[in-house]
Design a protein around this ligand. Structure first.
Ligand code: SF4
Ligand code: MG
Length: 313
């Protein structure tokens, strides 16, 4: 609810605050139990910061995160630590997120140790079970991260996130670093796990083709703000925001008849340290009007279940 994450920009010899980056600027949305909520946008749009703020791996500047009825932004560190059993993260780069000097067993066992769960034999048993759950084998337990392929490493990252039986997993571009041929295997695994374990996903991606088939609903972010939010079918068939339309036009379609006209956006994403006034998309929007340059469009329900921040609606 009204999530904000601002970073001060410091400069000069005294490191004085000379500005602020609004990485996440008043974002509100709900992730429903058991669904996959896709959060999409170009790099630097604030989607990772949003995902991490939900778990309080980053402390939001303002706003509230409510998980299962509990306002976790108000919890003290120890209460939050306990809460974190229910909410885990899978990172983009499985190699960077796995300690190269630890065996897979040690990596997977760690969350159990941190939370004081089980004795050594029980933990080792649990590690072996979890390796099977993610499609690896128990004999992999004694190996090191470098002995695995990228896809296998991401399976280890997923296994680590599952060790505490969480309810919610924030998956921050979990397949972006993988070969295209491996991506669908990992996505299929994640979908199977969602069904069998009753997981809820916040799935972060930089392009719509990855989230299309796995998301129930999708939020599109631009420069720290949500610009459109609706169910994934509506988003693909009837996108409203000019930015969503441009992103979608870049997604290759297997059906040549359904091929969309490619919308090429002018210029680059502006610096979040100095975002445009009014609608922050106005510097690149093909439909810009005078109003767009001065007034920030409210995020509102333009059609039932379809929220958009644009003066056209
Ligand atoms: Fe384009 Fe204006 Fe809509 Fe922003 S508010 S997306 S500039 S039409
Ligand atoms: Mg990111």
């Amino acid at each position: 609810k009204n999530l904000k994450k601002y970073y001060p920009i410091t400069g000069g010899v005294f490191g004085k605050e000379i500005g602020v980056v609004k990485a996440v600027d008043d974002v509100s949305f709900t992730v429903k139990r058991g669904e996959t909520f896709g959060l999409v946008g170009e790099s630097g749009c604030g989607k990772s910061t949003t995902g991490r703020s939900l778990l309080r791996l980053i402390e939001p500047t303002e706003g509230e995160v409510i998980f299962d009825g509990v306002a976790i932004t108000a919890l003290k560190a120890e209460e939050m630590r306990r809460m974190r059993r229910d909410m885990q993260i899978v990172f983009q780069d499985p190699f960077a997120s796995l300690n190269p000097r630890h065996t897979v067993e040690k990596i997977l066992e760690e969350p159990l140790i941190v939370h004081g769960l089980g004795n050594e034999a029980q933990r080792k048993q649990k590690v072996r079970e979890m390796l099977e759950v993610v499609g690896l084998s128990s004999y992999h337990a004694t190996r090191y991260p470098h002995q695995f392929s990228g896809g296998q490493r991401q399976r280890i990252g997923i296994a680590r996130a599952l060790m505490l039986h969480p309810k919610l997993i924030v998956a921050d571009e979990p397949v972006s670093a993988l070969d295209v041929s491996i991506q669908s295997q990992v996505l299929n695994l994640m979908q199977d796990l969602q069904k069998s374990l009753g997981l809820t996903y916040l799935f972060i991606a930089h392009d719509l083709s990855v989230v299309r088939h796995i998301s129930d609903r999708i939020g599109v972010m631009y420069l720290g703000r949500l610009v459109e939010l609706t169910d994934s079918r509506t988003l693909y068939e009837n996108p409203l925001h000019p930015y969503t339309r441009a992103l979608l036009s870049a997604v290759p379609s297997p059906d040549p008849d359904a091929a969309r006209e490619r919308i090429i956006l002018q210029g680059d994403v502006p610096s979040p340290a100095n975002p445009p006034s009014g609608c922050t998309f106005h510097t690149r929007c093909p439909h810009v009007t005078e109003e767009c340059r001065t007034a920030r469009p409210p995020f509102k329900e333009a059609r039932p279940g379809q929220f958009v921040a644009c003066h056209l609606y």
